[in-house]
Design a protein around this ligand. Structure first.
Ligand code: NAD
Ligand code: TDX
Length: 339
C-alpha cells in the first residue's frame, strides 16, 4: 500500500452518468473534507437530476467536453486529482456507431492525460473488465491484472486503448496514474438501455423483457456502491502505475438474472422474448479481485444479490419520471436493430 493520498479537491468526469453520479454521492456522503467538480457533457446518458440534493458548497457542475483542452486548462490548476468516468459506455451503441466511442474514450482520455501531465495532477482511470475479452463458460479461470488484453467490441477496444494511454503516460511522463477495471455494475440511476434497467422498466411499461442469443452469457455483477468504495480505495491508497481489478464474485447467467427479475416482479419464468444476439457477444466475464482485497483491504458491502436487485427494482418503481423520457427512444432504437 502507498502512503495515503488525501485529495481536497477532485474533478470527476462523467459525474452526471450512472456510476459517476453514484461515486459523487458516495464521496459527498463519506468524505466531508473533499470538494468535487463534476465535468460532464450531458450526452443522452448524462442527467443533472442524478446530482440532486448535493449541497452547493460540496460540488460545482461544469457542462463541457473532456476533449476540450482549453476548458481542461481552466479546471486543472485547482484540482488535486481527476477521477475519470466519462465515456461512451454501451456496447450495442458502439456496434451501431463507433465514432463517438473513439472520440470520447480515446481522444478524451488523451486530453485529460495531457492536462494531468501539464499540472502534475493525480489521475485515476475508470475502466472495464471487457478489455480482457471473454472466457468460456466452463473455463475455471478468472481475469487477473496479468491477463492479456483481448477486447472484442468497438466499446471495449476504445476502453483498452485508453488504458494503454494511461500506462504510457505514467511510464514515459511520470503521470501519477492508477487504473481500475471493474465488472458489470447495477443499482439506481442506470440508463434504461442497459440489461437490468431495461428489463425492469419493460415490465413496468407492459413490454416483454428481451434476452439476447441463448441467454447463457455470464456477467459478474457488482453493486455500484461497492465500485465507488473500490475507486476511493485505489485513488487514496493505490500505487501509481498499478492496475486493480474490481469485482465482488457475482457471476450469473443473463437468463438467471432475468428470471430473478421476473420472479421479484410477480411474472412467470418464461414471460420474455428471445431476440437477435449481439454481434461478437462476449460469452463470460469473471473477475479475481484478490489484489484489491489483499493490498488495499477492500471488501464489498452488498453481497446479497437478491436484496440489491430488489432495492434496484424498487428504485425504478419509485422513480418513473426519471426514466420515462428515455424509454420510448431507447426501445425504438432496439426495435430497429431487431433487439
Ligand atoms: P454512463 O453512460 O451512464 O455515463 C457516462 C457519462 O459520461 C454521462 O454522464 C455522459 O454525459 C458523460 N460523457 C460522455 N461523453 C463525454 C464527454 N466527451 N465529455 C464529458 N462527459 C461525457 O456510463 P457508466 O455506466 O456510468 O460508466 C462510467 C464509466 O465506468 C465508463 O468509463 C465505463 O467504461 C466504466 N465502466 C462501466 C461499467 C458498467 O457496468 N456500466 C463497468 C465497468 C466500467
Ligand atoms: O436487452 C438486453 N438483453 C440482453 O440479453 C440487453 C440490453 C443486454 N443483454 C445482455 C448482453 C450482455 O450479455 O445482457 C448482458 C449485459 O448487457 P449490458 O447491460 O449491455 O452490459 P455489457 O455489454 O455486459 O457491458 C456493461 O458492463 C461492462 C457496461 O455497459 C459496460 O459499460 C461495462 O464496461
Amino acid at each position: 500500500m502507498a502512503e495515503e493520498f488525501k485529495p481536497k479537491s477532485i474533478i470527476v468526469t462523467g459525474g452526471a452518468g450512472f456510476i459517476g453520479s453514484n461515486f459523487v454521492h458516495w464521496v459527498v456522503d463519506r468524505q466531508p473534507g473533499v470538494h468535487v467538480t463534476v465535468l460532464d457533457k450531458l450526452t443522452y446518458a448524462g442527467n443533472l437530476d442524478n446530482l440532486a440534493g448535493i449541497p452547493d458548497d460540496r460540488m460545482d457542475f461544469v457542462r463541457g467536453d473532456i476533449c476540450d483542452a482549453g476548458l481542461l486548462e481552466k479546471l486543472f490548476p485547482t484540482a488535486d486529482a481527476v477521477v475519470h468516468f466519462a465515456a461512451e459506455s454501451h456496447n450495442d451503441n458502439s456496434i451501431a456507431d463507433p465514432e463517438p466511442f473513439v472520440r470520447t474514450n480515446v481522444e478524451g482520455t488523451y486530453q485529460l492525460l495531457e492536462a494531468a501531465r501539464r499540472h502534475g495532477t493525480r489521475f485515476h482511470h475508470i475502466s472495464t473488465d471487457e478489455v480482457y475479452g471473454d472466457l468460456a463458460l466452463d473455463d475455471p479461470a478468472r481475469f487477473t491484472e496479468e491477463t492479456p488484453y483481448r477486447p472484442s467490441s468497438p466499446y471495449s477496444s476504445t476502453k483498452a486503448s485508453s488504458d494503454l494511454l494511461v500506462r504510457a503516460w505514467h511510464r514515459t511522463y511520470g503521470v501519477a496514474a492508477t487504473i481500475s477495471n471493474c465488472s458489470n455494475n447495477y443499482g439506481p440511476r442506470q440508463h434504461v438501455e442497459k440489461f437490468i434497467p431495461r428489463q425492469i422498466t419493460n415490465i413496468l411499461s407492459g413490454i416483454r423483457p428481451k434476452l439476447y442469443g441463448d441467454g447463457k452469457n455470464v456477467r459478474d455483477w457488482i453493486h455500484t456502491e461497492d465500485h465507488s468504495s473500490a475507486v476511493w480505495a485505489v485513488l487514496t491508497r493505490g500505487v501509481p502505475g498499478e492496475t486493480y481489478l474490481v469485482g465482488a464474485d457475482g457471476e450469473r447467467s443473463n437468463i438467471d438474472v432475468l428470471r430473478a427479475i421476473l420472479a421479484a416482479m410477480g411474472r412467470g419464468p418464461d414471460d420474455f422474448d428471445w431476440v437477435r444476439d449481439r454481434p461478437g457477444h462476449d460469452r463470460r466475464y469473471a473477475i479475481d479481485a484478490s489484489k484489491l482485497r489483499r493490498e488495499l483491504g477492500w471488501e464489498p458491502a452488498h453481497t446479497d444479490f437478491a436484496e440489491g436487485l430488489s432495492d434496484t427494482i424498487a428504485w425504478y418503481r419509485d422513480n418513473v419520471e426519471w426514466w420515462q423520457g428515455a424509454k420510448e427512444a431507447t426501445e425504438a432504437k432496439y426495435a430497429a436493430q431487431g433487439q
